[in-house]
Design a protein around this ligand. Structure first.
Ligand code: ATP
Ligand code: MG
Length: 269
């Protein structure tokens, strides 16, 4: 079943410089267990699309048209119902794990607050057990102890695992991950992406992934849409697009990814 069905989505943003058509008539779908990636240069409209899918664009700043059906609800036509979806079937993994959590509350408290909303019947001790299990499921070692940690005591990679645990707490059908690893050290990135894919296997969640890094796209995607100036310039299976890009623009994106090669005086060739 199609989990997310976007048809002719358009977004106009009211900016100080005038109206910007940030998304200009795109269509795509995401099924359960599928990862669909939007890739494109800065300013191409990827985040605006992600926000529109979640009905997070402020009404007075954005004019959204087209269809965007999540789990049977058109969030463009019925933005208020979209608010309910956000706590229930759509979860977001933010770009910068360092600033996404409150610095003044422990990890356990912040996870507990989400659980209290999603499963109001749970007792305090049952919530703590669930929170421990969630941290364990995102491969945080000694999860019981980490519940009492404050965000500043954890590394960026650990924090992103906590945020993924928070996203999973609502048992989402659709995960929206906007550059989930770009704020992290490269050595940590692969582990987080691997974790996401593993969790997807277990939960059958669909993932809308956003990245400007074709290496990331290649690792996680079933399909990719290459975005430029609010439109898709190229779409298809990831291997087809990466292996034989049809557009110069896509080729340039590919060339921007450093590849491992022979060492030269200046570094990696
Ligand atoms: N808050 C805003 N106010 C005004 N214009 C905005 C705002 N957010 C985005 N835009 C404009 O909308 C267009 C699309 O931006 P968007 O953030 O969706 O791009 P992006 O592909 O996510 O880029 P990046 O890779 O840098 O995150 C750009 O022209 C941008 O300047
Ligand atoms: Mg963005």
């Amino acid at each position: 079943m199609t989990l997310l069905d976007v048809q002719d989505l358009q977004v106009e943003l009211m900016t100080e410089a005038g109206v910007v058509r940030a998304v200009d008539g795109i269509s795509f779908t995401v099924d359960r267990s599928e990862t669909v990636t939007l890739i494109g240069e800065s300013g191409s409209g990827k985040s605006t699309t992600a926000m529109a899918v979640q009905a997070l664009l402020p009404e007075r700043l954005a004019v959204v048209s087209g269809r965007c059906v999540v789990d049977g609800v058109d969030v463009v036509a019925r933005p208020r119902e979209a608010g309910k979806l956000r706590g229930r079937t759509i979860a977001m993994i933010p770009q910068d794990p360092m600033t996404a959590l409150s610095p003044v509350a422990t990890v356990g408290r912040q996870l507990g607050e989400v659980l209290a909303r999603s499963e109001p019947g749970l007792s305090r001790s049952a919530r703590r057990e669930r929170a421990t299990d969630l941290l364990d499921s995102v491969r945080i070692t000694d999860p019981r102890r980490q519940l009492d940690a404050y965000p500043h005591q954890l590394s960026g990679g650990m924090l992103q695992r906590v945020l993924i645990a928070i996203a999973l707490a609502i048992d989402p059908h659709l995960l929206v991950a906007d550059e989930p690893t770009s704020a992290l050290d490269v050595t940590v990135q692969a582990g987080i992406l691997d974790l996401l894919l593993d969790l997807q296997d277990r939960t059958s969640a669909g993932i809308l992934m956003i990245t400007h890094d074709i290496g990331v796209a290649r690792l996680v995607s079933d399909r990719v849409h290459v975005m430029r100036d609010g439109r898709f310039v190229e779409s298809g299976e990831v291997e087809a697009v990466v292996g034989a890009p049809q557009q110069d623009y896509t080729r340039r994106l590919l060339d921007a990814v450093p590849r491992l090669g022979a060492w030269t005086d200046g570094g990696v060739a």
